[in-house]
Each structure stands twice: as C-alpha cells, then as structure tokens.
Design a protein around this ligand. Structure first.
Ligand code: AKB
Length: 319
C-alpha cells in the first residue's frame, strides 16, 4: 500500500516535525497536513494544507475522501496543564477526535491509524520507578483520563473490528523547532529558550522532580518505527510504554551549565507540580524494544547540545 497520509494537528510540536519527516520520506503530495488554524506557517507553506476541525466528523471524512487518504496520524489533543483549566473541553476534543478516526477506520475509510497516548495514563497509585507496561493506572488529570480511556477504545476497535491502530505512550518531548503548548513537561523546552535569552530560568516544577523525557528525533523515530512494523509485530493494541531518559530540573541545569557556566535556575512550583508528582519517574519499555526493536539514541547531554546549538543558530538567522 502506498501511504496517502493525513496528519491531524500538523501545526503542533510533534505534528509539525512528523509532517516534515513523512514528507521527506513519501513526498509532499502524499502527506496532507491539517490543523484547526494557520498557526504554523512553516507547515502551511510546505505542502498541501487543510483547515480541519478534528471534532467535526463530516469535515474529517470529506478531507479523507478528497485526498484518498489511507493512513492517519491524529496528533490534535489538549494536553495535561491546559486540560486542567478546561476539563470538559479537553474531554470533548480528545475523545471526539479519536472516535471519529476510529469509526472511519472501522468503516474502511482509513487502513492504518496512529494515535498518541502518554505517561499521563499513570497516576499517583502507579509504581513510580521503571513503571511496567501493565500496572495500576488511576490517572488524576482529565488529559490522563482521556488517554487511558482512549487506549481501551483503541484495543476494543482492534479486537472487535480489526482496526489497525498503533499507539505509544509519549514521555515529555524536547524539541527546538516548534514550542509545545499546555503540557506539564513544557519546562524542559522553556529552560533552553530562557538559558539562551536570559541566562536564567524560573522553573514551575521543583528541583528534584524526575520525569521521563525524550528528544524529538527519538520520538519521531519511534512513531515511524511502530507504523512501519508488520501488523503481527504489534502485540499491544492499547499503547506501548516508551522510554529514553529520565531527569530532574536540577540535572538539566547541570547539563546546561557545561555550556553556559553562569546559567542559574530558581524554583516556583505551581499547579503543574501536583500533575508531575502523579506521574512515573522512569518507564519500563521492554515490550516496545522486543516487539518492534525500539531503541533511543539521545542522552540528556546530547539533548542539551542539540537544543543549545540549534536555538542559537535560529536566533542568529532571525536577527
Ligand atoms: C504533557 O506534559 O501533558 C505532555 C505529556 C507528557 O503527554 N507533554
């Protein structure tokens, strides 16, 4: 099957990089980008772009028909921190959009579907160290609830209707091209921007808050790897644990200080601290490593190097 791909939520942090990567592999005419507004001109101007409301079933179906789409990446979602401000909106967006694509897949309009889950499926009662694939899951955020429920529905649609849906539980994703929006792990991107702009950062999480994280290139690789794997290799149809590195704001500070020795950090935890405290510190992703040969590449120091180098380059280009 030649993939004809639709990315829903293509202007966001992960969606934008996925769009560029998939276009470089399959050609820009085979990868249609879509989002609710034109909020990333780089994406809007780099190939076919459709304004699409992921909550509007008819519009999604029309877009799929129009472009003869067979593969969908549903990247639109409201993340953990914003979700706590707008709980019902988060529920509606995250669930409506998923049901629309699952139903279109059930009806045969979509052959293969990627839907991201998150470490937010875990909660305060989950074992925090090396969190297993199968364990207690009592998420305490609306975002986490939508992801856990979504996972159950993905597995159900696969088992009952044969829908080829694939999913991974992303940790915090660190990248320099597009800013994240509304997540609890966003501090790990902001810190690099502020290090370059002001040589200091006020962190909204406490210094010892350890969370699982990953560089964007690893996240994109994982996404492509699971989508390229043979259907028989995908033994988990809810969502796979996925891991790369785990660290605290203090660890990040020390890594940044290797490049910027005068960089300082202060701590002013806000409502996001409680969310971070409910999530795992580290993740056991042995199923992903065994089933579809997942392997990460970037350590914390590699990430720091990439972030500082590319953000400095970007600053020079825009000035
Ligand atoms: C968030 O912080 O909400 C997201 C996530 C871990 O899914 N980055």
């Amino acid at each position: 099957m030649t993939p004809k791909i639709l990315i829903i939520g293509a202007c966001g942090q992960i969606g934008s990089e996925l769009t560029h990567k998939l276009r470089s592999i399959h050609g820009k005419d085979n990868v249609i980008a879509s989002d609710i507004s034109y909020n990333n001109l780089d994406i809007v101007n780099s190939g076919t772009f459709e304004i699409l409301d992921a909550q509007d079933y008819t519009s999604v179906k029309i877009c799929i028909d129009k472009h003869q789409i067979n593969t969908v990446y549903l990247m639109a979602a409201m993340l953990s921190a914003t979700g706590e401000k707008y709980p019902l909106k988060a529920w509606d967006l995250n669930m409506d959009s998923l049901f629309h694509v699952l139903n279109l897949a059930k009806e045969g309009f979509i052959k293969k579907l990627f839907w991201p889950s998150s470490i937010a499926v875990f909660g305060p009662t989950t074992p925090k160290e090396n969190t297993p694939q199968y364990t207690i899951m009592e998420p305490s955020t609306v975002y986490g609830i939508t992801k856990q429920v979504g996972e159950r529905w993905c597995e159900y649609y696969h088992n009952q209707y044969g829908v080829d849906v694939r999913s991974i539980r992303y940790p915090g994703i660190i990248s320099w091209k597009t800013l994240p929006g509304g997540g609890t792990t966003d501090y790990a991107v902001e810190i690099y921007h502020k290090a370059i702009a002001d040589n200091k950062y006020e962190c909204f999480l406490s210094e010892e808050t350890e969370l699982p994280m990953m560089f964007m290139d690893d996240a994109i690789k994982a996404t492509l790897d699971i989508m390229d794997a043979k259907p028989e290799a995908i033994k988990i149809r809810s969502s796979y644990n996925l891991s790369a590195v785990s660290f605290t704001p203090k660890d990040m500070t020390q890594s940044i200080q290797k490049h910027l020795p005068d960089f300082t950090i202060s701590y002013k935890p806000d409502f996001r601290q409680k969310i971070a405290d409910s999530w795992p510190k580290s993740i056991d992703d042995s199923n992903a490593r065994e089933d579809w040969s997942w392997k990460h590449s970037f350590s914390l120091d590699d990430i720091t190097n990439e972030m500082l180098t590319n953000l400095k380059k970007k600053e020079v280009e825009t000035n």
